[in-house]
Ligand binder design. Structure first.
Ligand code: SAM
Length: 291
């Protein structure tokens, strides 16, 4: 087999051979360290049973490692210039399919049905383009795709926000949104030096294990998420203040105070101190009043 793609020397060679120039607008920062890639694959739980979905294979650094360790790999790449390069770097692997599509437009469910075996664990593994991290992850979660886990390299601050617990400075509506669907953990911090070109931000690997059931019961998910977002609206303001703004025109201050009392939540608290369960209780009391 040919030498690993993810070394500085081989990556430079490939880029030169094809006259490839990085597109910043597509978040192209390629990994040039095989050890980091193997660690990612281990944290992702990739084994010979697994089906892997990759988003943004680039020149195939991670794809190649996935092909070696997983049963099947499907990778979505938006940049057409990379397709002939991937054809060459992955020519030794018959278990890889490259799809030249924008992941945000792709019919992932259909691709899963077409390429993977029934009952096989499906794991998303990617070094994501940072400019669209949140839209990609929210698409994967909200479309309720039959995926078992998601392991992604993303900007460190975003990884921390997604995995944050109450009363930490990173905790916010994004933490609730992600943890409603998954159990989230930051599993690795990664230095800038393992990318070509080096990004301006620090990176971490986030592991999301999909929940079979949401951890709390809510009457209406959209109502719940909107209310959570509102309580974090102005971080230094109290629940009472943020809720008064959110329900302006539909609820009087006194009604809001009564709801908080019924939910046994102190109106002087701030959103950042509420657990997911407390948000669910709160949402339930307001939902009843308004529906
Ligand atoms: N996986 C490679 C690696 O680790 O070396 C490349 C990672 S690079 C951070 C992100 C990749 O995502 C680039 O190849 C870029 O072209 C691709 N990409 C950007 N936007 C995309 C989108 N909307 N859909 C699919 N791929 C996208």
């Amino acid at each position: 087999k040919s030498k690993a793609v993810a070394t500085p020397k081989r990556t430079k060679e490939i880029l030169e051979t094809y006259g490839f120039s990085f597109k910043k607008s597509l978040g192209q920062n390629f990994l040039i360290d095989v050890n980091i890639l193997r660690n990612i694959i281990e944290h992702a739980g990739i084994d010979e049973e697994a089906a892997a979905i990759e988003i943004g294979p680039g020149i195939g650094a991670l794809t190649e490692q996935l092909a070696q360790h997983a049963d099947r790999v499907v990778a979505f790449e938006i940049d057409q210039r990379l397709v002939p390069i991937l054809d060459e770097t992955l020519q030794d692997y018959s278990n890889v399919t490259i799809i030249n599509e924008d992941i945000l437009q792709a019919d992932v469910e259909n691709v899963i049905a077409e390429h993977f075996k029934e009952g096989q664990p499906i794991r998303v593994v990617a070094n994501l383009p940072y400019y669209i991290t949140t839209p990609i992850l929210m698409k994967l979660l909200m479309d309720r795709l039959p995926v078992d886990s998601i392991t992604v390299m993303i900007q460190k601050e975003v990884a921390e926000r997604m995995a944050a617990k109450p009363n930490s400075k990173s905790y916010g509506s994004l933490s609730i949104a992600v943890q409603y669907y998954t159990e989230a953990a930051v599993v690795m911090n990664v230095p800038k030096t393992v990318f070509m070109p080096q990004p301006n931000v620090d990176s971490s690997v986030l592991h999301l294990e999909m929940r079979k059931q949401p951890p709390v019961e809510v009457d209406d998910e959209e109502f719940f998420f909107n209310l959570v977002q509102a309580t974090f609206g102005q971080r230094r303001k109290t629940l009472m203040n943020n809720l008064a703004r959110h329900f302006k025109g539909s609820l009087e201050k006194e009604e809001i105070r009564a709801k908080l009392e019924a939910a046994e939540i102190d109106p002087k608290r701030r959103g950042e101190s509420l657990s997911m369960q407390e948000f669910a209780t709160l949402a339930h009391h307001f939902y009843q009043k308004l529906h």
